[in-house]
Design a binder for this molecule. Structure first.
Ligand code: PLP
Length: 393
């Protein structure tokens, strides 16, 4: 079955007593009783599947987990309260019985870098930052010292670079290092990291999976070798998503394939229009044939789908000019987050990469004239028209 079909059918329509609900209800119960003590015993012992306590299992959450597990080709999934707690839990699970040393992509979501530096660092976890587009550097980082886990993003933030994930996965495997991939920007519609050899996949479900700007959530999907440890850890610390958010995410994913298809098509349109605009200095888009990672993109992505994110630099602009441009936008929403049905714009120097020094940003190539747009499902003409009127100063 194709992934578009699975997105609509998986997880739902479990028998409940004498009937089958067409969509999974929101189960709010914190605990679950069984008629026989033997059955409760089997449920507690994980010999029979079923809920007993909401930190362990919740039927609404389980339906979502089953769906995302299937979309990402994993052995099991845990739906979490946020993308960040999903990443934190995946790292904890990987590092539990391994060396406390992480190799991390040098250009990641700001809070992920913060988690490594400001939370795990003081607890004794060392991090080596590498450019995942430099395979020699990755190889060196993985072999020069004892490493417990590697983490990277399918598409980097905000410059939209794409590392050779298949080759990196092979290097990790050879070094015996589990690879965790944050697949938030790509979604399983574009890239399925576990099929390429990664061991755990994380999502901020807040973004494309839920897709409507009304959920904070995350998901971890693990391969067989890592799922049991992950589930045991999750049952202990309870990073889990609540039933209401699980319901909204489950509902959102039914249209994920349609949304992503439209967002990708719109993004191609907007990116090629921006590339010729006199006020735009440079565009960053994985569909650009001159993209520095074009080879990896051609190998890893489906034809003509490059995600819904586009970044660009305004010509001869600094912070005041960027502010003026953003304030002139009438329809495009000026807010953090991405992957929603509406087009959104973010100024990385002020938002996602605010906490980095100007020098550090410069080193990463994030200039003060860079903005990042998350393209929505609107009519492409309307997105272009709004950007156009705001660009014509
Ligand atoms: C938003 C985001 C996160 C964090 O997710 P939250 O749901 O905000 O906790 C992590 N990684 C990426 C790539 C993101 O875009």
């Amino acid at each position: 079955m194709k992934i578009e079909t699975k997105a609509v059918h998986w997880g739902d329509r479990r028998k409940s007593g004498s009937f089958i609900p067409v969509t999974t209800p929101i189960y709010t119960a914190a605990s679950y009783a069984y008629e026989s003590m033997d059955q409760l015993d089997r449920v507690f012992g994980l010999e029979e599947s079923g809920p007993s306590y909401a930190r362990y299992d919740n039927p609404t959450r389980s339906a979502l987990e089953e769906l995302v597990r299937e979309l990402e080709s994993g052995a099991g999934a845990i739906a979490c309260a946020s993308g960040m707690i999903a990443i934190h839990t995946a790292l904890l699970a990987a590092l539990m019985d391994r060396p406390k040393h992480v190799v991390a992509a040098n250009m990641m979501y700001g809070a992920t870098t913060g988690l490594l530096m400001n939370v795990l660092g003081p607890m004794g976890v060392e991090t080596t930052h590498v450019d995942v587009c430099d395979l020699k550097a990755v190889e060196a980082a993985l072999t020069e010292s004892k490493v417990g886990a590697m983490i990277m993003e399918t598409i980097s933030n905000p410059l939209l670079r794409v590392g050779a994930m298949d080759k990196i996965a092979a290097m990790c495997r050879a070094a015996g290092v589990p690879l965790i991939v944050d697949n938030t920007f790509a979604t399983p519609l574009l890239v399925r990291p576990l099929e390429l050899g990664a061991n755990m996949v994380c999502h901020s479900a807040t973004k494309y999976l839920a897709g409507h700007g009304d959920v904070l959530g995350g998901v971890i999907v693990a391969d067989q070798a890592n799922y049991d440890a992950l589930r045991t850890l999750s049952r202990t610390i309870g990073p889990v998503m609540g039933p209401f958010e699980s319901y909204l995410t489950l509902r959102g994913i039914k249209t994920l394939a349609l949304r992503v298809e439209r967002q990708c098509a719109n993004a191609c349109n907007v990116a090629s229009w921006l590339a010729t605009h006199p006020r735009v200095e440079r565009t960053f888009f994985p569909g650009d044939p001159r993209h520095p990672d074009a080879e990896s993109i051609a190998r890893l992505f489906p034809p003509n789908r490059f995600g819904g994110l586009v970044a660009f630099e305004l010509r001869e602009a600094g912070r005041p000019e960027v502010f003026r441009f953003m304030e002139k936008l009438q329809m495009v929403v000026r807010a953090t987050s991405l992957g929603d049905v509406h087009t959104m714009i973010l100024y990385p120097a002020m938002a996602s990469h605010r906490d980095l020094s100007p020098k550090h940003r410069e080193r990463l190539g994030i200039r003060d004239n860079l903005v990042r747009v998350s393209i929505g499902i609107e009519a492409p003409e309307d997105i272009v028209a709004d950007l156009d009127q705001a660009l014509s100063a």
